[in-house]
Design a binder for this molecule. Structure first.
Ligand code: PLP
Length: 461
């Protein structure tokens, strides 16, 4: 499904199912025809250009040209030189479909989501089929709780190649996303590895997971250079949870002196949990290697497919110092005996066949365009907002002048069917948080982004 339009053209819901037998051009023509028949697209509405609609839907321009021509031939659209393609006058058949009218948001800037429409369905099915064909039946039983050795080997190769992680398959534990990794660590860490510190602001879900497991994290401030390592060193913390490559949520990168200081702190007998949650997306700066590559005995490295494929997959991994493997493996056994073998089989194939790299290359191109669309829309519609952390990842942060009533803005935007998340829950003390928003852009089309920010600006008035 995709929603499309440009600032001058309509928001337009079109459902495309890449797994359906029906060709995409026919699905598109059907979708547009229904929108016109049901009155969702009013007579004389200007349609998006074929280029814009093709980009929004992630299909070829030819396909959109064919669908438009078909509808012109049927009298649903009219095409006049100089005024583009417009909706023709047709009889309206029925009211809008309920599922569309009851959608909660027209534009959802939910941070952290990749483009769910671009999940590589065909490649995943091919990978599962190929992987199943060569997997011994024994693998379908209760197997090694750390994960299939083939899966851990493929992940180790990938992490060595792309992140400089010193990954040995024997020290990898697969888990249900980074979230489960935090929960498992919450149980596996021993008294001499606690207390645990985390960044403030930091990912609020992780703070809650830790609390749920009986750990109240020490809050260590973050500034423009990343986590304040001097403040960490001055605290009682024995372990720290941190996001050095792209601080969550601010997006700053841990500076070189801070990296050195953090590694030194780790080598003094402390542990670093390195959450490398969106490492795959770097746009206008050189990628920073993982800290784990410098101090593998002191760093627990976390990664996940939630930003690269889909959060719904729940595939994640930990690369663990050898001395901790036993405790974390036990924690995994007692949590769920091991992660889904079927998913491991498909993911392994995806990695080893090169399909994962191809998917990432494609997504990087798409996300940088969306990121740029968001930056342009913010500059145009919301000049009072300061943008942070846009060079990487799938979200950015905007800060508003001190004292700005951000909660009111979030409420007003929601009433106008635009969802934005405030920064406040990321702070250990939300009441002391500066006014700001987290804006995810990867799961939105460029036209949605522009329309969403324009609405946000109206809500900000
Ligand atoms: C900071 C951070 N770490 C990790 C994740 C991924 O979590 P999971 O792998 O459990 O989906 C996210 C997702 O939003 C995140 O924001």
């Amino acid at each position: 499904m995709a929603v499309s339009g440009t600032s001058s053209a309509p928001e337009l819901l079109v459902e495309l199912d890449r797994t359906a037998v029906e060709p995409l051009h026919r699905q598109l023509a059907d979708g547009l025809r229904t929108a016109i028949r049901t009155g969702r697209l009013a007579a004389d509405t200007r349609m998006p250009s074929t280029r814009v609609l093709a980009a929004d839907l992630g299909v070829s321009r030819r396909l959109v040209v064919d669908a438009y021509s078909q509808l012109v031939a049927e009298g649903f659209l009219s095409s006049r030189h100089g005024s583009g393609t417009r909706v023709a006058t047709v009889e309206i058949a029925s009211p809008p479909r309920q599922s569309e009218s009851t959608r909660r948001y027209d534009v959802d800037f939910l941070p952290g989501s990749p483009d769910l429409r671009s999940f590589p369905r065909a490649a995943w099915m091919r990978a599962l089929r190929a992987g199943l064909a060569e997997t011994a039946s024994e693998s379908f039983g209760y197997v090694e709780p750390q994960g299939l050795f083939a899966a851990r080997t493929a992940i180790a190769h990938y992490l060595r190649r792309t992140r400089g992680v010193q990954a040995d398959p024997r020290h990898i534990v697969l888990c249900s996303g980074a979230t489960q990794a935090i929960a498992l660590l919450g149980r596996a860490l021993q008294d001499d590895e606690l207390p645990l510190a985390m960044e403030d602001p930091g990912f609020w879900v992780h703070r809650m997971v830790l609390r749920h497991n009986g750990i109240e994290p020490i809050a260590v401030p973050v500034d423009d250079d990343g986590i304040d390592v001097a403040a960490l060193a001055a605290s009682e913390a024995k372990t720290v949870l941190t996001t050095p490559a792209h601080q969550s949520p601010t997006g700053v990168v841990l500076s070189a002196p801070r990296r050195t200081a953090l590694v030194e702190w780790a080598r003094e007998g402390h542990l670093v949990i390195e959450d490398d949650y969106d490492a795959e997306y770097r746009y206008d700066r050189a990628p920073v290697g993982a800290l784990q590559g410098i101090a593998p005995d002191r760093v627990i490295y976390l990664g996940s497919t939630s930003k690269t494929l889909a959060p719904g997959l729940r595939i994640g991994w930990m690369v663990v110092p050898p001395a901790l493997v036993g405790a974390i493996r036990l924690s995994k056994i007692l949590a769920d005996t091991g992660s889904s073998v079927m998913d491991q089989i498909a993911f392994t194939q995806l990695l080893t066949s090169g399909a994962y790299d191809r998917h990432l290359r494609q997504m990087r191109r798409r996300y940088v365009t969306r990121r740029n669309a968001l930056l342009a829309a913010l500059a145009r519609h919301l000049p009072q907002a300061t943008v942070l952390g846009a060079a990487a990842g799938v979200h950015l942060t905007v800060r508003f002048p001190d004292g700005y009533p951000i909660a009111d803005l979030v409420r007003r935007a929601a009433a106008m069917r635009v969802n934005v998340e405030p920064l406040a829950p990321c702070y250990a003390d939300p009441a002391a948080a500066p006014p700001g928003l987290l804006l995810g852009y990867a799961n939105l089309t460029e036209s949605q982004i522009d329309a969403g920010v324009a609405t946000l600006a109206r809500a900000a008035l």
